[in-house]
Design a protein around this ligand. Structure first.
Ligand code: ATP
Ligand code: MN
Length: 467
């Protein structure tokens, strides 16, 4: 076969230099036609759209044609031709076809219309479907949007460790990291495991958040963000929780809670606008296939200011709803950690737009949050979104050394490994704020997918680490 340099289908579909000889490579989605002429829909992952290959059967060997089945990988040289059919403006009239990889009829993606549940069981192949191709292209574009947003604003991308020696990051159960022989654990007289001979010489875990190190960086570089994997061993089998997920955590010196809310709102709107502008084909596909309200929902988030409301007011609204007969699965009262159904009621039923809830009871929030004068609440902020509930959790941080230490004592937090964190408050402390956005929660919103397992390539959840 003559060597012609390959054109990606995303670029090819825009071309109008009819008559040119081109090469495309990709996987056969479908093949149909008559005894004289066949039409192959070819996809190479660069776009949701397929290019149509027109094959005049008389010019090709029958043995070769037999191998062009759904899922097969082929390379096609052909003439770029104006398309007379509807849909694409061009097509390729095949001159030469090489089968790079055959695909027999055990290929699970022959038929269309598999359920998302079934596709999770073949996560190694599902990126080849239209749906997951779209989701993972959007995932890439959102990562670029995030870096672009912070870079434009002069934030520095700061890498916090994945393996951590602090067991009080304050956000959920941790996975341990060890090289010890688990069949022969040495214990002291109290039955506690001895870690002296372990790899790090002490107990180590996978991080649940980069925030504490992020605070160190913010009090040096001014404004930073992290963007990396985080791990939580919480046994929550929900459509919104993963054991391994990616988190974006900006942390900014001199920002108070209001600046923090402004940043969160601007950030999410920037990402949503980016998706609409850069992923139009993929979003339209997901809108048409899964969620007819998707595009409208994305656009509406851009238009409206987020509601900003103290937790206490939010609870009042929920209690009034209960009084009027609204049924929640979980009880609502001042002091409760709101469930997703409560958050979604505020967003979807009551305000009909995103809500930032602030000033939560200190008992349900982490030790490092700035304490309010009332002695009961802290300067926390959760951003609540339609269909999801909490998408961002953040706060103004307690900058006062004595107040922070008092809270740590009160909660009996083991601080022996955290001397370095307290140093930020000892040496030139400053007001500062930050938040964490769950990357997959953002993707749930932007793609309209209903289950978090469907917006990450290889989900890790309780009892599931296949692939
Ligand atoms: P939730 O109440 O939903 O369990 P959280 O309050 O424990 O979340 P934070 O510790 O505030 O979460 O983490 C910041 C953000 O990280 C959350 O707002 C959410 O977007 C995301 N997040 C938290 N836990 C998970 C998880 N297990 N899987 C995916 N994303 C998560
Ligand atoms: Mn939270």
């Amino acid at each position: 076969m003559e060597k012609i340099s390959r054109t990606k289908i995303v670029d090819l579909l825009k071309r109008v230099d009819f008559g040119a000889m081109v090469n495309v490579k990709g996987w056969v989605r479908t093949r149909r036609g008559s005894k004289q002429v066949n039409f192959i829909a070819l996809n190479d992952g660069s776009t949701i759209n397929n290019v149509q290959i027109v094959v005049d059967l008389a010019s090709f060997d029958e043995e070769l044609l037999k191998k062009i089945t759904t899922g097969a990988c082929i390379s096609v040289n052909g003439k770029l031709t104006e398309s007379v059919g509807s849909g694409q403006k061009n097509e390729i009239h095949a001159v030469d076809i090489e089968v790079l990889g055959v695909c027999d009829n055990t290929y699970p993606l022959q038929k269309k219309g598999h359920t998302l549940e079934f596709l999770r069981e073949i996560a190694h192949l599902r990126p080849r479907t239209n749906t997951f191709g779209a989701v993972f292209r959007i995932r890439h574009n959102m990562a670029i949007a995030i870096h672009s947003f912070f870079h434009e604003k002069g934030f520095f991308y700061f890498h916090t460790p994945i393996i951590t020696g602090s067991d009080c990051e304050g956000a959920g159960q941790m996975f341990q990291v060890t090289t010890k022989n688990l069949y022969d654990l040495k214990k002291d007289e109290n039955g506690s495991i001895i870690y002296d001979d372990d790899f790090f010489g002490k107990q180590a875990s996978l991080t649940v958040s980069g925030q504490l190190e992020g605070e160190l960086a913010a009090t040096a570089l001014g404004a930073i963000y992290t963007f990396g994997p985080t791990f939580r061993a919480e046994n929550s089998n929900t459509p919104r929780h993963l054991a391994e997920f990616w988190m974006i955590e900006p942390e900014v010196a001199f920002n108070d809670i209001v600046d923090n809310m402004d940043l969160a709102e601007e950030f999410i709107k920037y990402c949503v606008l980016w998706a609409l502008e850069h992923c139009a084909d993929d979003i339209k596909f997901l809108n048409d296939m899964f969620d007819k309200g998707l595009i409208e929902r994305l656009q509406s988030v851009l238009k409206e200011a987020f509601v900003r409301l103290p937790y206490t007011e939010g609870v009042k609204i929920l209690e009034e709803a209960v009084a009027k007969g609204h049924k929640f699965e979980f009880p609502v009262y001042w002091g409760v950690d709101l469930a997703s159904e409560h958050e979604r009621y505020l967003v979807e039923e009551h305000f009909k737009r995103p809500v930032i809830l602030t000033d939560y009871p200190k008992e349900i929030k982490a030790f490092y949050m700035k304490q309010n004068e009332d002695g009961k609440t802290v300067r926390a902020m959760d951003v609540l979104f339609p269909k999801i509930g909490e998408i961002i959790g953040g706060s103004e941080r307690e900058a006062d050394y004595d107040k922070l230490l008092a809270r740590i004592d009160e909660l009996n937090i083991p601080m022996k490994d955290m001397w370095w964190y307290l140093d930020t408050r000892k040496f030139g402390t400053c007001p500062h704020s930050g938040f964490g956005l769950g990357f997959e929660r953002l993707l749930l919103f932007v793609t309209g997918m209903a289950n978090i397992r469907d917006v990450i390539p290889f989900p890790r959840t309780p009892h599931n680490a296949e692939f």
